[in-house]
Design a protein around this ligand. Sequence first.
Ligand SMILES: [Zn+2]
Ligand SMILES: [Zn+2]
Length: 352
Amino acid sequence: MQNVKAYSAASATSPLAPTTIPRRDPTEQDVQIEILFCGICHSDLHSVRNEWSEFVATEYPIVPGHEIVGRVTKVGSAVTKFKPGDLAGVGCMVDSDGTCENCKDGLEQFCPERILTYNEPDKHLGGVTYGGYSENIVVDERFVLRIPSNLDLAGVAPLLCAGITTFSPLRHWGVTKGKKVGIVGLGGLGHMGVKLAHAFDAHVVVFTHSPEKKADALRLGADEVVVSRNQDEMEKHLGSFHFILDTVSARHDINAYLALLRRDGNLTLVGAPPEPLNVAAFNLIGGRHSLSGSAIGGIAETQEMLDFCGEHNITSDVEVIPIQKVNEAYDRLSKSDVKYRFSIDMASLKGD
Ligand SMILES: [Zn+2]
Ligand SMILES: [Zn+2]
């Protein structure tokens, strides 16, 4: 066992503060990664503040972070895909049973035994898993991703959650050239959805409630921008979308978007509003529309996404911060005051 530097929160109302945490020594199958950048996902904030306690209560202290990119420093004797010096990434999961139907289908995110990168039982050391706001992480090779060498690493980190969360449903619902695709919300998830749907050659329409985001949406790859409060603008698009990706996690009216789907169109939720959504049945029945959800993606698909981003030079738009500014970043994130993701430069941890 080794003790490494990290940032943790001691309770739902405590700020994140420097600490040390244990990491296991790499087993035969493990890869040890020195963390270079870690993105700040909205889930980190929800978990630290225990805002999802009805679904999963946070165990304190918590070390969040599941958008991890770094360099391999050690590998176990059975590791074949990585060697010291390689770039490597870790996303939202660090383990699964490998034997269930979901794992066999490459959909580890739905495995009943799946272990998330933080706040889930750590079968090696006991206690819970600790995430990427730390010097290093030790992960089974099966859950370590290869990182294209041509991309800016600060902007790569958010691909491990925001990137795959939007890539997977766009792929699953067949977004490609000739398809009209809506992206609802232009935050950490939404801005990745725009970039990826644009790279898939779809016709991309961004829905935003802030007219001031229009220019930015176009810069990110949108073909059109609709201000969702504007009834006339919305009506022009009635019955025209093949697919809509809804990234909004605040309360909102999804009926307005379901009505924009064409026959057999689908709306997929990747944001998680706290209260149940109201769905008018007629918005589904008329036009055989469907409403579904999606959660990150399997490991193989995450690798496919990273390779795709390497080929198309896609990264997240990030504001890089030192770890000492993490609490300030959380306050700004809770007000959506970031374009579009914070990425922590983990070299700053050495100064603590
Ligand atoms: Zn996330
Ligand atoms: Zn499984």
